[in-house]
Design a protein around this ligand. Structure first.
Ligand SMILES: Cc1cc2nc3c(=O)[nH]c(=O)nc-3n(C[C@H](O)[C@H](O)[C@H](O)COP(=O)(O)OP(=O)(O)OC[C@H]3O[C@@H](n4cnc5c(N)ncnc54)[C@H](O)[C@@H]3O)c2cc1C
Length: 835
């Protein structure tokens, strides 16, 4: 018994040392104490229940001696870390320049906390909530609302198939195109949070029209000049871009270089030539780009190309590297092609190309000094920009889908019931509520990070793919709930534009499959892991001694980290997270925080073993890295959900929504982690992870059906919960506009529910007959089933409902494409010429 107690104390002591990431000498001391107690215990207890140590007792000193020796840095470097350093250095694949620049771009933020296994919640909670200046708020409530009212979505995406000039004029006049350009240079200088909300509101009105505002305010000439331009570029171009005197586009993608943009074949050669009649150093360029948004309307073409300097005129060697230039669209030799027709949308998008076009060297953004720096510039801007543009429109889209669908589901009746009250419909509706809440939580917290100056590369990648995927799910759910009403297109269809545009968001700024399976985890593991990046940097150090010292330090930290994760994960899983870290003032969210801390430990353990055992194979094991990206995303988004709940003042009525999102988020997290472990290629590691992560089996289950019903009931009721779920989108109250009609009708439908019940009872009883050609409401009033006022209200509701459920129909000529109508150009499509 005593000996059993001793063994338990040894195990508990070892776990405590591991979880505290104790240094080697403390482990050595602990092992020595354990060996000593074992041997002396035999004599103290008089051998009763205490086995004689014998030669095993002597062996028990070995761990103490080995650990003690390894605590001496010179010995450790000679016998362990030194040989390991040499071995790994020899086999480490070389990180390419473009990979290195992508890794160096951006900042590490809360993602590192999740990778650490012990997230510090104060760091997340210290971020401000949604804070706008009064100028930003006025802009959101004023010009942004006005712009939304100006947009006629059907005219834009069907009748005209272009963004009408009045929309262009409006956005230019009010400075929408220069939101990220500083005030000093004539822009609005808005925070990332404000930009995100403004883009979101426009996107909720028209996912198509928002593109013309989004592109100049994300990765492109404006941002590149603001950050890397010369003073004269800033003075000249930024005020012109801010006022819309110039329309920019940014050309990176070509027919042969899509996701793998760095392998572009677009080439520039440094040479001498003539520009504006003067002999000058310049670049002779040939390029072929496609899919370029705003390209057909652009006056300034931002162009990425690979620069070579065979005569070393710039003094940077022959292969200068990827470079970004700004070329006027009317520069001799620049071909702005015709238009693509992306997803049937109206925003301008098309190819551009040129062959042997001479540009002066100062067309390079940032001038000669920035020649070869293009990839770094792009990666740095992408790290921040990707966190704003697509997450804001995907969030607004999810909210707009929810707003419309909750109204329609309450208005549309079948089998005598609003369809939203049927359990089958509740399921997708609950999912839409979760997506709207979670996307907004992630959007607002991430925008707050960017507003504070962070460029969160890993978080921006996961936000991009997660929010756009969730939007895709919400749109599909909205379609299913609307049935045929969603499928038939026309001016009264308020869903089709989002349905058409969703693949665009999925594909641009890093297509989702690539972003999920290659970027998020692989980059995250290297950047956000507490030791890995330091180890790799040390291994790449040219100076062997310096490299070995740095490697030794990082390696020891890494070992302590790995051991601590094993002990911490096992302990928290055995104790179902009861002792995991949660802020003391977390109130009702305490358990969710604890489960997040516990899950973060599990993630850290599995991620660490994956990186350690797969190493360079990570790039090809994309089914594993994709799952780990999902696991990381669920942790991040759930942390954002808890923060949003607190920032909103912990409204009691939002608690079930948070509980629903937390249960599902943890469940999906566990599935992703379980999938990684079950498919892990190394059987020993697989077994170890199973024991440590799932000692008691599965931990989490999807949210209960009852909770789903509860949140749907809250969301289909006009009021604070529905308004909070769909905040900051464009909401029309105009019954002559498709979504405005929904809002007006919803209120009336609810006001008439009692009268409607009376009428239904009379119809079921056969007192009143409801068939085309009969006046059943008048009949019900004359028979005393309804009062005059009730009859009047029901008549009004019937008319409104008839308009809500109506679908558009057209003469066949109206549906004929514009180019087939008399007087239009009927030229057949041609492939863009290639160079
Ligand atoms: C409407 C629209 C607007 C655009 N606007 C612009 C613009 O303004 N400027 C600009 O420069 N570009 C623009 N693009 C281009 C866009 O960025 C590319 O389409 C995108 O990078 C993907 O390239 P791709 O279409 O050639 O797909 P591909 O690269 O051919 O990819 C096909 C599929 O393979 C996956 N994949 C590729 N490599 C990997 C990998 N290593 N691991 C896992 N999966 C992988 C991708 O995720 C994708 O699902 C636009 C595209 C569209 C459709």
């Amino acid at each position: 018994m005593m000996f059993l107690l001793f063994l338990l104390v040894v195990i508990a002591g070892a776990m405590a040392l591991a979880m505290m990431r104790s240094p080697g000498w403390l482990w050595a001391a602990g092992a020595a104490v354990a060996a000593f107690v074992w041997q002396s215990g035999f004599f103290v207890t008089g051998s009763i229940g205490w086995p004689q140590p014998g030669w095993l007792g002597l062996l028990a000193w070995i761990p103490a001696i080995v650990l003690g020796l390894l605590s001496v840095p010179t010995l450790r470097r000679s016998f362990v870390t030194g040989p390991a350093y040499g071995l790994v250095k020899g086999i480490l694949p070389k990180v390419s320049d473009t990979e290195q620049q992508a890794l160096d771009a951006g900042t590490v933020g809360f993602d590192a906390e999740l990778f650490s296994g012990t997230p510090d919640w104060t760091k997340l909670r210290a971020l401000p909530g949604i804070v706008l200046t009064s100028e930003e708020q006025d802009f959101l409530d004023g010009p942004t609302e006005d712009l939304c009212r100006l947009i006629d979505e059907w005219q834009l995406r069907h009748t005209k198939r272009e963004i009408p000039s009045e929309i262009w004029d409006f956005v230019k006049e009010h400075g929408f195109l220069g939101m990220l350009i500083s005030k000093d240079h004539g822009g609005l200088g808005f925070s990332a949070q404000a930009q995100s909300l403004i883009l979101g509101k426009i996107a909720s009105r028209s996912p198509d029209a928002v593109t013309i505002v989004m592109v100049p305010n994300s990765l492109g000439p404006g941002e590149l000049i603001e950050k890397y331009g010369t003073d004269s570029e800033k003075q000249y171009f930024l005020p012109r871009l801010a006022k819309g005197l110039e329309v920019p586009c940014f050309s990176l993608t070509g027919p042969t270089s899509g996701s793998d943009a760095a392998t572009m074949r677009d080439i520039g050669t440094v040479t001498r030539g003539t520009h504006d009649g003067k002999e000058t150093v310049g670049i002779r360029l040939s390029w072929d780009k496609r899919y370029i948004t705003l390209g057909p309307e652009a006056t300034l073409v931002g162009l990425a190309f690979r620069l070579f300097d065979p005569e070393n005129i710039l003094g940077k060697g022959e292969d200068v590297g990827i470079t970004v230039a700004l070329i006027p669209a009317d520069h001799p030799g620049v071909n702005i092609g015709r238009r693509h027709l992306p997803a049937g949308a109206a925003f301008p998008n098309g190819p551009n190309w040129g062959e042997d076009v001479f540009i002066p060297i100062d067309f390079i953004i940032g001038g000669e000094a920035m020649a070869g720096q293009g990839w770094r510039m792009l990666m740095e801007c992408l790290a921040a920009g990707r966190a704003i543009s697509l997450p804001s429109s995907a969030t607004a889209g999810a909210k707009a889908m929810l707003r419309a669908t909750t109204a329609y589901g309450r208005i549309r009746k079948q089998f005598g019931l609003p369809v939203a009250r049927m359990e089958g419909i509740e399921e997708p509706l609950a999912r839409m509520i979760e997506n709207a809440y979670v996307n907004e939580a992630g959007r607002s917290v991430t925008a707050a990070m960017v507003s504070r100056g962070e460029k969160p590369s890993v978080i921006s990648a996961l936000m991009k793919y997660q929010t756009t995927e969730r939007l895709r799910r919400s749109i599909n759910d909205a379609f299913d709930i609307h049935g045929g009403r969603a499928i038939c297109d026309g001016p009264s269809n308020y869903l089709m534009s989002a349905y058409q545009m969703v693949p665009v968001g999925i594909t641009v700024e890093g297509a989702n499959i690539l972003t999920r399976t290659l970027i998020t985890f692989a980059q995250g593991a290297l950047r956000s892991h507490p030791y890995l990046y330091d180890e790799i940097k040390a291994l790449q150090d040219e100076d062997q001694d310096k490299g070995l010292t740095a490697f030794d330090e990082a390696f020891c930290g890494h070992v302590a980290f790995s051991v601590s994760n094993m002990a911490g994960a096992f302990f928290h899983n055995l104790t179902i997270g009861l002792f995991a870290n949660a802020p003391s003032d977390a109130g009702d969210s305490r358990n969710a925080y604890r489960q997040l801390s516990r899950s973060s430990r599990n993630f850290a353990l599995v991620a660490d073993l994956t990186v350690a055992l797969l190493g360079g194979g990570l790039k090809t094991k994309q089914k594993l890295t994709g799952r780990l990206a999902d696991a990381l995303s669920e942790l991040y988004l759930l942390a954002c959900v808890l923060k949003r709940f607190e920032d909103d003042g912990r409204p009691k009525s939002d608690r079930p929504i948070v509980a629903f999102a937390a249960a599902n988020g943890l469940y999906r997290f566990e599935q992703a982690l379980r999938g990684t472990i079950d498919n892990f290629p190394n059987p020993v590691a697989k077994g170890l992870m199973r024991v440590l992560v799932f000692p008691l089996g599965r931990h989490y289950f999807p949210a209960r059906d009852r909770l789903g019903s509860q949140i749907v009931k809250l969301a289909i009721e006009p009021g604070e919960v529905r308004d909070r779920l769909t905040r900051d989108i464009f909401i029309s109250k105009d019954p002559n506009e498709a979504t405005g009609l929904l809002e007006v009708t919803l209120e009336k439908v609810i006001a008439s529910e009692e009268a409607e019940k009376k009428l239904e009872r009379a119809i079921r009883a056969g007192t009143v007959r409801r068939y085309h050609g009969l006046d059943w409401i008048g009949d019900a009033v004359s028979k005393g089933v309804l009062t005059e006022a009730e009859g009047k209200l029901l008549k009004e509701v019937e008319e409104l409902v008839a308009r809500v459920i109506a679908v558009d129909h057209f003469d066949k000529d109206e549906l004929r494409p514009n180019y087939m109508k008399p007087g239009h150009n009927t030229k057949a499509a041609e492939a863009a010429p290639t160079v």
